[in-house]
Ligand binder design. Structure first.
Ligand SMILES: [Fe+2]
Ligand SMILES: [Fe+2]
Length: 134
């Protein structure tokens, strides 16, 4: 399975699109590694990336939400908080069990769900709201 960003994923703000594009690129690299049995080699890099992504990207989106008084802010923020919790759990697993293929597959599944449930739904909804503002 390959993951690629395309225009249908655009929320209309270049900064946000660029960050989404990078997450999808990382997910694609992980999926490729998992498929060829090298998932565990990329797992630490990925979890490190997810941490900095969460910090930078959620701050960016939430800044736009505040700027335009987005009515769905609370719900959206809660989903971001859930991503944080998941990353912390994955970090704990990494520390207790080390770099395993099982962990790589767990991260892959988590990011696939995130892409579908959050980026393609919650972020796109926010994008539709932003479209008339920016
Ligand atoms: Fe996002
Ligand atoms: Fe978001």
């Amino acid at each position: 399975m390959t993951f690629e960003w395309d225009d249908s994923l655009s929320v209309g703000v270049e900064e946000i699109d660029r960050q989404h594009r990078e997450l999808i690129r990382r997910l694609d690299l992980l999926a490729e590694a998992v498929m060829s049995g090298r998932g565990k080699d990329r797992i630490k890099i990925l979890i490190d990336f997810m941490e900095s992504y969460a910090e930078e990207h959620f701050a960016t989106e939430e800044r736009y939400m505040e700027m335009y008084s987005y009515p769905g802010t609370d719900h959206h923020r809660r989903e971001h908080a859930r991503f944080w919790t998941a990353v912390m759990k994955l970090r704990d697993m990494l520390e207790s069990e080390g770099e395993t293929d099982y962990l790589a597959v767990s991260v892959e599944r988590f990011l696939m769900d995130w892409l579908i449930l959050h980026i393609k739904n919650t972020d796109m909804e926010f994008g539709r709201f932003l479209r008339d503002k920016v």
